[in-house]
Ligand binder design. Structure first.
Ligand SMILES: NC(=O)c1ccc[n+]([C@@H]2O[C@H](COP(=O)([O-])OP(=O)(O)OC[C@H]3O[C@@H](n4cnc5c(N)ncnc54)[C@H](OP(=O)(O)O)[C@@H]3O)[C@@H](O)[C@H]2O)c1
Length: 247
């Protein structure tokens, strides 16, 4: 008789999650806890979670000193990081000719440079067989997006895909796998900025006719961290309700 399949057995493991108070980040924290992990839950806003296995840290992912400090605190408390899950991110808006340079830098630093900083500082704690990094892209990184999220968002999300590929090759000898999740529209606070008409227009572009949920995205993260994905590295998981089909 075969044993019951489980998506992720994370007993004794440690997950470091950014954007842990956001829609997808919070779902990841909850699923890691259910899977038996301890969690370093980091957020710019205070993280609301009273589970004893959660180390709550304030972290602005664009600040290298704060990133190094958060990783040091994770080391002090848990001694290692098994899963680095970077869900913090932000959209921009507007056409290229309307976008201030400061807005460009803010979006690129928040989405892309942050990933470099987190990976740089977490590497010594991740470096072991079973180490897993999951970054967060977007369908905008594949199809170019639009003024609704802006050029810096689409560009930074596309660059994260190649950072994933780069790190997958560099870190494979260490036993660290690096993958990226690329959602289409997900029903989280990030979409609250859209009008009803914009929601209708977006849904009309989705072959499945529905937004993904935060739990579906977190489920993808659990899979990528699990033994079921032991031969997957450098991959880009498409959770776009059919929006992105050709790549
Ligand atoms: N929702 C979608 O339709 C969608 C589609 C494709 C990709 N994604 C990606 O999915 C990821 C998670 O987004 P979500 O949908 O869960 O949206 P969300 O609920 O808005 O969560 C985003 C989180 O990122 C945090 N954040 C932003 N800038 C930060 C910074 N400098 N330092 C630390 N944290 C920061 C936010 O914290 P604060 O609350 O403190 O601002 C927030 O908790 C993002 O990378 C996003 O680009 C989302």
């Amino acid at each position: 008789m075969t044993s019951k399949p489980t998506l992720l057995d994370a007993a004794g493991k440690v997950a470091f999650v950014t954007g842990a108070q956001g829609g997808i980040g919070k779902a990841c924290v909850d699923m890691f806890l259910t899977a038996g992990a301890s969690v370093v839950a980091t957020g710019r806003r205070a993280v609301a979670n009273d589970d004893a296995r959660v180390l709550k840290l304030s972290l602005d992912v664009t600040d290298e000193t704060q990133v190094a400090d958060a990783v040091a605190k994770a080391k002090d408390r848990f001694g290692a990081i098994d899963y680095l899950v970077h869900m913090a991110g932000m959209v921009g808006k507007g056409r290229i000719d309307e976008m201030p340079l400061t807005d460009w830098h803010t979006v690129v630093n928040t989405n892309l440079t942050s990933a470099f900083l987190l990976m740089k500082h977490a590497y010594p704690l991740l470096r072991k067989p079973g180490g897993s990094v999951v970054l967060c892209g977007s369908s905008n990184g594949a199809n170019g997006g639009s003024y609704l999220s802006g050029a810096a968002y689409a560009s930074s999300k596309a660059a994260l895909v190649n950072l994933t590929r780069y790190a997958a090759k560099e870190w494979a000898p260490d036993g660290i796998r690096v993958n990226i999740l690329s959602p289409g529209p997900v029903d989280t606070p990030m979409l609250d900025r859209l009008s009803d008409a914009q929601h209708d227009g977006l849904k009309a572009q989705l072959p499945l006719g529905r937004y993904a949920t935060a739990d579906e995205c977190a489920g993808g993260v659990m899979f990528l961290c699990s033994v079921h994905a032991a031969s997957m590295t450098g991959t880009n998981m498409n959770i776009s309700s059919g929006l992105v089909l050709d790549r």
